[in-house]
Design a protein around this ligand. Structure first.
Ligand SMILES: *[C@@H]1O[C@H](CO)[C@@H](O)[C@H](O)[C@H]1NC(C)=O
Ligand SMILES: *[C@@H]1O[C@H](CO)[C@@H](O)[C@H](O)[C@H]1NC(C)=O
Ligand SMILES: *[C@@H]1O[C@H](CO)[C@@H](O)[C@H](O)[C@H]1NC(C)=O
Ligand SMILES: *[C@@H]1O[C@H](CO)[C@@H](O)[C@H](O)[C@H]1NC(C)=O
Ligand SMILES: *[C@@H]1O[C@H](CO)[C@@H](O)[C@H](O)[C@H]1NC(C)=O
Length: 343
């Protein structure tokens, strides 16, 4: 199975690859370095079966991890009814009414199996996804470039998180509309459609506000309105959303879409939250050196800095860079700050 625990370098190799892709504008450069650890996004073709199987592996990994005690469940809707309307647009009916209880949607995606395109038609197509409410009312959801195949069917995904939030919760039936700007005949040929959502059941909702780092929260910032620049060294919240980092390769990370990374910032007065005996001494030396340094107009020995003292790993499910029809579950070390100290 594709389940692996990779060591810390794997995560940083991934980011390094992204940085280098970004700065050189060429993916081949990565192969030259022997770091070909990014999938070709044009070739990603993950089937619904592979998704379901590996997502369960990913979720159970998260459940067994000590730092994650509230993990969503996978809910899959087989969207039986997809069709082209009279003006040949792709329409998809979503029926959410057979779902149990009240849900809180963590994320959602639409997965489509699309027929091959003929040799004379474009195989890279631009598709916008809308939710329609009436003949003239629609809400934009997601926009994507799809890389289709000329001789085989291909799986494609759209992010549905924002709209699934309300129609799954309220059990409202909904209608999606796909608008392709450069497809032959203005539409895609959709063979199969599924909606995959990660949801919290209501009972879990209360627990959800409890943070993953309860036992280690002692260095979290407590904002008192005094302005954060005056605060002593503490852990601030910082949510990282992979999509917002704007690398196309981020599309190969299936989950999490975003995570709480945190950062450390604040003053380090003497004896405050020191990480080591060394940093305590350094702060003392700084105090004494300040005057002397001023007289001699040089810089003083610096005081200790607010920096991470405890980090937690992040479980990731992403497209296997060596086989773009498969998913792999990885644990990337040191991705989230849980505690800060002066060091
Ligand atoms: C994509 O995967 C499906 C199996 O789920 C396969 O039938 C199809 O040929 C694949 N398409 C490409 C372009 O590899
Ligand atoms: C589809 O076409 C690609 C190249 O365009 C080729 O490599 C592949 O073998 C073909 N697959 C099938 C099933 O014909
Ligand atoms: C940081 O986020 C957590 C939830 O992840 C929240 O409980 C906490 O209040 C936030 N802290 C601050 C200082 O905003
Ligand atoms: C400082 O050193 C003492 C003596 O070895 C040790 O007991 C203590 O834990 C150290 N403190 C820190 C913060 O490392
Ligand atoms: C990718 O994985 C699938 C499913 O395990 C397998 O059938 C296929 O041969 C693999 N492709 C490559 C290029 O290794």
């Amino acid at each position: 199975m594709g389940y692996q625990f990779l060591l810390e370098p794997a995560a940083w190799t991934f980011f390094l690859c992204l940085l280098q892709t970004f700065s050189s504008g060429s993916g081949n450069f990565l192969q030259d370095l022997g770091l070909g650890a990014l999938p070709d996004i044009a070739k990603i073709n993950v089937s619904q079966d592979e998704y379901k199987q590996m997502m369960e592996v990913y979720l159970s990994t998260r459940r067994s991890s000590p730092s994650n005690n509230h993990v969503p469940h996978l809910v899959t809707l087989d969207v039986g009814h997809h069709f082209r309307d009279t003006s040949r647009r792709n329409m998809i009916d979503l029926r959410a009414n057979n779902l149990p209880g009240e849900l809180e949607v963590d994320s959602g995606e639409l997965k489509l199996l699309i027929d091959p395109v003929s040799p004379s038609d474009p195989d890279v197509v631009h598709v916008r996804l809308y939710e329609t409410f009436g003949p003239k009312q629609r809400q934009f959801i997601d926009e994507k470039k799809l890389y289709l195949s000329r001789n085989q069917t291909k799986w494609c995904e759209f992010d549905l998180t924002d709209s699934a939030q309300w129609w799954l919760n309220d059990k409202i039936n909904s209608k999606l509309e796909l608008v392709c700007s450069n497809c032959k005949g203005g539409a895609l040929s959709v063979r199969e459609a599924f909606v995959n959502a990660l949801v919290f059941r209501e009972a879990v909702r209360m627990k959800r506000s409890v943070s993953p780092f309860d036992q280690t929260r002692r260095t979290d910032c407590r904002y008192t309105g005094g302005g954060s620049h005056r605060m002593k060294c503490c852990r601030h919240n910082m949510t990282v959303t992979f999509k917002d980092l704007r690398f196309p390769e981020m599309a190969s990370i299936v989950q999490p879409k975003s995570y709480e990374a945190g950062y450390c910032q604040g003053r380090c007065p003497p004896n405050y939250n020191y990480a080591t005996n060394h940093s305590r001494i350094q702060t003392l030396v700084h105090q004494m050196d300040k005057k002397v340094a001023k007289q001699m107009s040089r810089r003083a020995i610096p005081k200790a800095c607010c920096s991470p003292s405890k980090l937690a790993p992040l479980e990731i499910i992403r497209v296997d860079p060596y086989n773009t029809s498969k998913l792999i579950v990885e644990k990337w070390e040191n991705m989230q700050v849980t505690e800060c100290a002066c060091s």
